[in-house]
Design a protein around this ligand. Structure first.
Ligand code: PLP
Length: 358
């Protein structure tokens, strides 16, 4: 198999794919595929419950938080959060650190007053504004930030301190990449297709006392209280994606959990950033303390070499290194399923390419 640096859907652990293949026709002797099971039958309920238990173990999710397996990916949450947490006429604070913050802000603006409490727009999203500079509003329904900017390559390695105001964060691209104190959050959401599983699924972790606040106009399907009350099965859930997510949670536990995977992730990103910083050909402009472990965007100083770089990478089985269309350049995503061997292969290629063409 090739080395997959795709930003999303991203690489999945090979062991998980093999297990899914082995069980595709007949899961655990049930006689049918998971994709064919009734979501209300005992076999799927067992799969769903095990997945939630494993996710709770991995992230040490407190009992006063509900775990929801929803549809609509990360983007649906941009509307679902305000529909549930922003009262009519209310105000919410958002931190703008890049492309995905902007998406969240634009959607939230349809539902109420949005205060941009801090933004790094003016320096081209090269840093995360320190909290001392944030201008939070006096009566905010919640504070929202994007814990990892998948396109701009920024990541919070700290949790904002917002007192009693509910803290909401988009962890689509960095959930499960290292330990996280979930108790500090009112709500965490994540589109699945990076560290959780295949696309089509979103995981929401929400404090139970925040359920039941949805606006009257909120569609039933988007009301967190309805989802929680039905065990995320108000309608037919994306069963196969949920099952694969469960296998990935198991795989993560077998790797030693989040402390162990964080050590691997720390080494992976360091190797790549060190290579970029030591080179005269590759550049990453994000301030060192705010660099993402999961998504490493970089440019070639001479962008006429971009095509040759990508072609050479593909020949070596280093796939999906082309940067997002909004930014150009390159991007290597280093999700949990991207091995250290993959990063070694990438770094070796980058060094060789610079020697020959730089
Ligand atoms: N938020 C972040 C940080 C993302 O990286 C993405 C997608 O890459 C999204 C939200 C949107 O997720 P989806 O495509 O599942 O709607």
């Amino acid at each position: 198999r090739a080395f997959n640096f795709s930003a999303g859907p991203g690489a999945l652990p090979e062991e998980v794919l093999r297990q899914a293949r082995d069980e595709l026709l007949n899961r655990g002797g049930c006689g049918v595929s998971v994709a064919e099971m009734s979501h209300r039958g005992e076999h799927f309920i067992a799969i769903a419950e095990q997945a939630e238990r494993d996710l709770r173990d991995l992230l040490a999710i407190p009992a006063d938080h509900a775990v929801l397996f929803l549809q609509g990916g990360g983007s649906q949450q941009f509307a679902q959060v305000p529909l549930n947490l922003l009262p009519e006429g209310g105000c919410a604070d958002y931190i703008d650190t890049g492309f995905w913050s902007v998406r969240a802000i634009e959607e939230a603006r349809r539902y109420g007053r949005i205060n941009i409490a801090a933004s790094s727009h003016d320096d081209g999203y090269r840093h995360i504004p320190r909290q001392a500079r944030w201008r939070l509003s006096a009566s905010s329904a919640y504070v929202h930030y994007t814990a990892n900017e998948t396109i701009d390559g920024l990541e919070f390695d700290w949790i904002p301190e917002v007192g009693d105001t509910p803290l909401v964060a988009d962890f689509s691209a960095n959930i499960l990449s290292r330990p996280l104190d979930v108790s500090r959050f009112a709500l965490i959401y994540a589109g699945a297709q990076k560290n959780i599983g295949p696309s089509g699924l979103a995981v929401v972790i929400v404090r139970k006392d925040l359920l039941g606040r949805a606006r009257r106009c909120c569609p039933t399907m988007l009301d967190y209280r309805i989802a929680a009350g039905h065990g995320s099965m108000y309608n037919t859930p994306p069963t196969f994606a949920w099952y694969l997510a469960g296998l990935i949670f198991r795989w993560l536990k077998a790797q030693g959990g989040l402390t162990a995977i964080a050590e691997i992730n720390r080494r992976k990103q360091k190797r790549l950033y060190d290579t970029i910083d030591a080179s005269g050909l590759y550049v990453n402009r994000v301030e060192a303390k705010d660099r993402s472990w999961m998504n490493v965007p970089f440019r070639l100083v001479d962008d006429r070499l971009d095509e040759a770089f990508l072609a050479g990478a593909e020949v070596r089985g280093l796939l999906y290194l082309k940067g997002h269309r909004a930014t150009g350049g390159m991007r290597a995503s280093l999700y949990n399923a991207v091995s250290e061997a993959a990063v070694d292969a990438l770094v070796a290629y980058m060094t060789e390419f610079e020697r020959e063409r730089g």
